[in-house]
Design a protein around this ligand. Structure first.
Ligand code: COA
Length: 197
């Protein structure tokens, strides 16, 4: 890190000027296991547009100087696509009460500095202020013997539990992207974690 990081929080259309930097950061960080995302700007444009179009979305952006080095996002789940809404409706949980957290990403050299807890807190405060009673995110489910899993890979499960989130294997969905070792996009199983606010 060259200078202390600065954190900027934006909502809805305020994200527009940062869209390209966020897209590039997502593509870079999500190449890592377990996401293995072989991203493209076209895919990102479509994905991030959902956050621009949601006036109650939040994007917490971390900068080292001018350079975006981290980000965390969220929005009311009803502003998301059906893949995210349906599992809650199927489980008789009112989607109107649920705030969905998108990604939390930091370049490796900015990890372990306490920024993740800021992401978690800021998203929870925002969701609570809007009146949501449940906050959620989902994580990709990979085989235990996945050939691209690094030997030293440590899942984030213990950290999520520490922040009060509970894994809900009964709440799951599929989402499509192309892995770095795939020719084409395929469905990925995503399992939700939830916390009552
Ligand atoms: C997810 C990510 C943003 C987390 O940021 P980070 O800086 O690496 O997080 P930390 O290692 O500081 O861990 C966060 C907290 O959990 C604690 N922690 C670490 N390991 C722990 C463990 N095994 N058990 C309990 N707590 C643990 C840390 O002490 C820290 O506590 P704090 O609240 O006092 O700061 C970062 O690892 C990342 O960008 N990963 C790649 C993308 C990704 O997988 N994102 C998540 C899904 S979208």
């Amino acid at each position: 890190m060259t200078t202390p990081v600065t954190i900027k929080t934006v909502h809805g259309k305020q994200l527009e000027p940062f869209l390209n930097s966020l897209a590039k950061l997502r593509i870079r960080v999500f190449r890592e296991f377990p996401y293995l995302y072989d991203g493209s700007i076209a895919y990102e444009e479509k994905y991030l547009r959902t956050y621009l179009n949601s006036s109650n979305s939040i994007a917490i952006l971390v900068f080292d100087g001018e350079h975006m080095v981290g980000a965390s996002t969220g929005l009311p789940i009803t502003d998301e696509t059906d893949e995210f809404i349906q599992p809650f409706a199927d489980a008789d949980m009112d989607p109107e009460t649920v705030f969905y957290c998108g990604e939390s990403i930091l370049l490796p050299e900015y990890r372990g500095l306490g920024i993740y807890s800021k992401f978690i807190n800021k998203r929870e405060i925002h969701a609570k202020k809007l009146g949501f009673s449940t906050i959620t995110f989902c994580a990709v489910s990979r085989r235990d013997d996945h050939p691209l899993m690094p030997k030293d890979y440590i899942p984030l499960d213990e950290i999520w539990k520490k922040y009060g989130y509970r894994k809900r294997p009964d709440l799951h969905t599929t989402y499509r992207w192309k892995d770095i070792d795939e020719e084409e996009e395929s469905d990925k199983k995503m399992v939700f974690w939830i916390k009552e606010l």
